[in-house]
Design a protein around this ligand. Structure first.
Ligand SMILES: Cc1ncc(COP(=O)(O)O)c(C=O)c1O
Length: 476
């Protein structure tokens, strides 16, 4: 056991844990590195402390200064804990998609959390990044951390994570698997392992299927922290400078459902509770390990714990609402039984062209059509955030644009939701006449309010003439 003189000294030095049951039947040894054992609960404590120390050393951050960052949570937590210990203020800009657990943890360290609309292109003046940069520029003594472009982020992993893995495997590691967010973890750790092994260690980037890094369409995913999303109206696809693409030998693309399955399996078979990005890494690692030999040693970095995701990946109601498999199937009819496939029109299409194309495809005037943002090379059915709303060929006719014809959706409904579920029965028609139906998080169809809320039938005794004798039923 170690003894530390401050919480900052307790950052890093996480162990390796061998997978026995989840990797059963595989030839190589598979170890995970549980990064939630850092004091703030994630791998990002390492980068946060290193970036802060670098800013102090170069004079960008002075006593009494304010640490400003744009983050989906974990980097902010690492910064907030280090700043609390060292006497700085912290202001974090984050989106409402960041889990409540992480936002509450930030506040617990005394950080100021500014919730901003995350669905804005990076280059727009209202984007999270633009707001963070502006706030830092206008606040005396503020330092904008900029984890995406800060060289101290990968350097932290070159100095600590890589050497730990090398030492703890006694140089036996052959494959290192990690997800890529800012790229700091994989770039620094991967570069160190390559340098020390003379290029022998293979570095595998585990990426959500739709992430741009592995060649996806850039559409949104359900896994926090991993991958690179591209806003449909972004002027350019800007990759972080913290990412050293040259260090990654291979990408493995993982669907959200597979990541969720992996992390749920890990909890149930190994007793290891890890977060969603850990599921991406684990699913990729198990796929890679299937082709390796008994001479190989795979190390998988698990960025944070499942504790922050008990209301999502480990929650049956959340999974069902978003159309993910996992919970026991509903009894009785489901939303999926009523779902109808809907064709798609893209925002840039001329409405008249879209109407002609839909007619050629056999659509009727009042068929539901999905009005979507433009997305090149779509890999899967659209993510809900890629939709402007719904319309019909009749609605498109005469509209100036697809956006003008788009009408708001009712609530998102998972395919497996029971028709009797309160999420369905409580759907107020005024919210929207049509709801998107989600299968594994993607909109694969729609359902009209009327299809799930049929007109109440008059009770039988009122439709049956009172004079007619009731027919004897079976067993009478
Ligand atoms: C949960 C989680 N997983 C993965 C990552 C990716 O790590 P990196 O930014 O070092 O690529 C992050 C980064 O914030 C994260 O919070």
């Amino acid at each position: 056991m170690a003894r530390y003189e401050s919480v900052l000294d307790a950052i890093g030095g996480t162990p390796l844990i061998r997978l026995t049951r989840a990797a059963a039947g595989l030839r190589p040894r598979v170890y995970v590195k549980p990064e939630w054992q850092n004091p703030g609960g994630s791998v990002k404590d390492r980068a946060a402390l290193a970036m802060l120390r670098r800013a102090e050393a170069d004079g960008t951050l002075r006593p009494g200064g304010t640490v400003v960052e744009v983050t989906s949570g974990n980097t902010g937590i690492g910064l907030a804990l280090a700043a609390a210990h060292l006497g700085y203020c912290t202001v974090v800009f984050t989106g409402s998609a960041t889990s409540k657990e992480k936002r509450d943890q930030l506040a617990a360290y005394g950080a100021e959390v500014r919730l901003v609309d995350a669905f804005v292109p990076r280059d727009h003046p209202d984007s999270m990044r633009s707001q963070g940069v502006k706030f830092a520029a206008e606040t005396p003594g503020a330092w904008f951390v900029d984890q995406y472009d800060n060289p101290a982020n990968p350097a932290a992993h070159y100095a600590t994570t890589g050497p730990e893995i090398w030492a703890d495997t006694e140089g036996a590691v052959t494959h290192f698997v990690a997800t890529v967010g800012t790229g700091g973890t994989i770039s620094g750790t991967g570069r160190h392992l390559k340098d020390i092994s003379a290029g022998r260690v293979q570095v595998i980037g585990a990426d959500p299927l739709t992430s741009k890094y592995a060649g996806g369409d850039g559409s949104q995913k359900y896994i926090e922290g991993a991958g690179h999303y591209l806003h449909p109206e972004a002027a350019a696809d800007v990759w972080p400078l913290s990412l050293d693409t040259g260090v990654i030998d291979e990408y493995v693309a993982v669907e959200d459902q597979d990541a969720i399955d992996a992390v749920r399996l890990l909890a149930r078979t190994e007793g290891i509770l890890a977060g969603g990005s850990a599921g991406v890494a684990l699913a990729a690692a198990l796929r890679v390990a299937a082709d390796l030999t008994a001479d190989d040693t795979v190390v998988v970095l698990l960025p944070d714990s499942g504790r922050a995701y008990l209301s999502t990946y480990f929650n049956d109601a959340w999974l069902t609402a978003n159309g993910f498999r996992g919970p026991a199937p509903a009894e009785g009819p489901t939303v999926g039984d009523h779902s109808r496939a809907a064709p798609l029109v893209e925002q840039h299409e001329q409405p008249a062209d879209a109407v002609r194309r839909l007619a050629e495809q056999g659509a009727s005037d009042d068929d539901v059509v999905l009005a979507a943002y433009r997305r090149d090379g779509r890999l899967l059915a659209p993510h809900p955030s890629d939709l402007l709303g719904w319309t019909t060929p009749a609605g498109l006719r005469g509209a100036a644009s697809v956006a003008e014809a788009a009408r708001p959706f009712g609530p998102r409904l998972g395919v497996g939701l029971a028709v009797a579920d309160p999420a369905v029965t409580g759907w107020d028609r005024a919210e929207g006449e049509v709801a998107p139906v989600l299968d594994r998080g993607r909109v694969t169809g729609t359902v009209r309010w009327a299809a799930l809320h049929p007109e109440p039938q008059l009770p039988e005794q009122l439709t049956t003439p009172l004079t007619e004798p009731a027919a004897a039923g079976p067993g009478r």
